[in-house]
Design a protein around this ligand. Structure first.
Ligand SMILES: Nc1ncnc2c1ncn2[C@@H]1O[C@H](COP(=O)(O)OP(=O)(O)OP(=O)(O)O)[C@@H](O)[C@H]1O
Ligand SMILES: [Mg+2]
Length: 171
């Protein structure tokens, strides 16, 4: 049975998620600026390390900046939660740029995702956490696809997971 405070917490997160998705403001901006700003968020507030390996210079994308910020925050948050109780959390964000495309991956050394969950994790409401909404990855998928990109993952139980986001680069 969920207690009242967890229900309120979940409702708050659901409304916040809806707000972010409801208003879309497409602009052309440097995705590296958004990614580098995440560093400050996580550097001091969590156990372990977040390593950012961005490509040098600007990478312009055409998307909603608030939604992009939410996409990468959700993935980093999941990565941190996946190595809860592990002692040390090592998270690496890596960028690979090819013709017209930027691929951004977030790798954790967490618990991994069991095979039977693979087909469920992007479905809204699917969660294995008592205070989770299960909206995080569903939002990530919606945001990536809205920007003309895609999201997928690789995982090994007990070793960790890597989530990949691919976005078209704007001219
Ligand atoms: N990096 C990861 N490592 C292991 N499992 C993961 C990872 N990311 C997601 N999952 C699994 O996928 C489920 C769905 O993730 P999602 O972000 O959608 O929801 P949540 O994290 O449970 O809730 P919320 O995002 O609202 O806090 C999680 O409950 C977890 O079981
Ligand atoms: Mg989540």
């Amino acid at each position: 049975m969920l207690n009242r405070s967890i229900i309120y917490q979940k409702l708050h997160l659901i409304f916040h998620s809806l707000q972010i998705l409801a208003i879309t403001n497409i602009e052309t901006f440097d995705i590296n600026e958004v990614i580098r700003s995440l560093d400050n968020l996580y550097k001091t507030s969590h156990e372990g390390e977040l390593k950012l390996k961005t490509v040098p210079g600007k990478v312009m994308v055409r998307a909603d900046k608030t939604q992009m910020n939410r996409l990468f925050t959700n993935l980093i948050q999941n990565a941190i939660e996946a190595c809860n109780g592990k002692g040390k959390c090592d998270i690496e964000l890596n960028e690979v740029r090819t013709d017209g495309v930027i691929q951004i991956s977030i790798k954790d050394n967490g618990e991994g995702i069991p095979q039977e969950m693979h087909s469920k994790i992007f479905i809204p409401n699917f969660t294995t956490k008592s205070s989770g909404t299960g909206l995080g990855l569903a939002m990530c998928k919606g945001i990536a696809e809205q920007a003309g990109g895609r999201i997928w993952f690789e995982t090994k139980t007990g070793e960790g997971s890597t989530f990949y986001v691919e976005l078209p680069v704007a001219n």
